[in-house]
Design a protein around this ligand. Structure first.
Ligand code: GLY
Length: 374
């Protein structure tokens, strides 16, 4: 069974490789977020945008798996462009993990490049500096100095914590990991609901540290269940378990997994919010791709029987994506279709670069060719 799956994953990996060899050449100086009429846009001039590491990350994964030099060249150019962000204090937010694990740290892991290591450590130091000691959380976004967002933390940040775990390993200094664990502890208490679903945003009092309220954020509304947020929670807590071996993070990841498994429809298509009305056809294939990666990670940390449940869930999501939501035509730049940034946005069901990244990661993992970046 696993041999057939591996063959399937290898054939999909080959299709990704063939396509990205063409699209990376055609878009070699861009940092894409989405496509317009099938053509990647370019965020090089909006360098602080949180998704600007994912194209580089996908290229490092493919460089590691297939050894094609062009992937490395394009990824290195993106890493250098990101220095403008790293040197702009106001432009730095909590998504440093998404930007520098995928670029500089990936480069360092593969090549030992010391400038890349330095970038990763500077990004980690900035992320650690966003920690609010009273509330035990990492501040999410900036607000131009007004302070109105100073007490906001978001579930997505669980995915940025691996940058801190990495920095502690690199420096033999536990401070970074202590901050990561403190944030994860707060997130367990303040974000995860009794049924295993996750809030998107929680606001804390910045001085007393008290939890004030939760907000719906990019989901349908307060109290609903934004699917990408559920995926960040699933994968994020699984990763905190991998890095700390602290059982409470594993228990939390499994609780989230149980909730997600109860919500995935027979179609395997993931909506933007698990609570959205049945007649709403807004989808988020990025949530499906991240969820698959989360299940494949969690599978590593549980017994064989439970692991099989998570493995099958990941496969179902990936097969659905490959059959129904992927484009392998190399005249079109994106691979994964039908993603949504936020439920209440005007625009839905379009391509977003991180879906391509996580789909690639999951497929390479199934082939045994993955470069672990978290
Ligand atoms: N981290 C923001 C998002 O998932 O859209």
């Amino acid at each position: 069974m696993r041999e057939m799956e591996k063959q399937w994953a290898e054939s999909v990996a080959e299709k990704i490789y063939c396509k990205v060899s063409v699209t990376a050449e055609r878009n070699q100086h861009k940092i894409p977020y989405t496509t317009n009429d099938g053509v990647f846009d370019d965020w090089s001039d909006r360098i602080g945008w949180w998704t600007n590491g994912f194209f580089g990350g996908q290229l490092w994964l493919l460089y590691h798996a297939f050894g094609y030099e062009q992937f490395r060249t394009v990824a290195e150019e993106i890493e250098e462009k990101l220095d403008r962000n790293l040197m702009d204090y106001q432009g730095m937010d909590h998504d440093s993990g998404f930007r520098w694990l995928m670029t500089a740290v990936a480069n360092y892991r593969l090549t030992g490049n010391q400038s890349s290591r330095n970038r990763g450590l500077l990004a980690a130091a900035n992320l650690a500096g966003r920690f609010n000691l009273a509330g035990g959380f990492i501040r999410a976004w900036n607000d131009g100095g007004s302070g109105e967002n100073a007490g906001w933390a978001i579930i997505d940040c669980m995915m940025n914590l691996p940058l801190l775990y990495w920095a502690s390993e690199q420096t033999n200094d536990d401070r970074f990991a202590q901050i990561a664990r403190a944030h994860a502890d707060t997130a367990r208490q303040a974000f995860i609901r009794a049924d295993g679903s996750a809030n998107h945003i929680v606001e804390f009092d910045t001085k007393s540290g008290k939890r004030i309220r939760s907000l719906g954020g990019q989901g349908m509304k307060e109290g609903s269940s934004w699917t990408r947020g559920q995926s960040w929670a699933l994968y994020g807590f699984s990763l905190s378990y991998r890095h700390t071996v602290d059982k409470k993070y594993l228990d939390t990841a499994q609780k989230i997994a149980t909730y997600i498994l109860s919500q995935i429809p027979d179609s395997g298509i993931i909506s933007v919010d698990f609570c959205q009305p049945d007649d709403c056809d807004w989808e988020d294939s990025s949530a499906a791709s991240i969820m698959a990666c989360g299940f494949l990670e969690l599978e590593q940390h549980v017994d064989i029987e439970q692991g099989q449940v998570y493995h099958e869930a990941a496969l179902r999501l990936l097969h659905t994506l490959e059959e129904k939501r992927c484009c392998f035509d190399d005249k079109i730049d994106h691979i994964v279709e039908n993603c949504t940034a936020a439920y209440n946005d005007k625009h839905h069901n379009f391509a977003i670069i991180y879906a391509d990244y996580f789909f690639t990661e999951a497929i390479l993992r199934l082939c045994g060719k993955n470069l672990f970046l978290w």
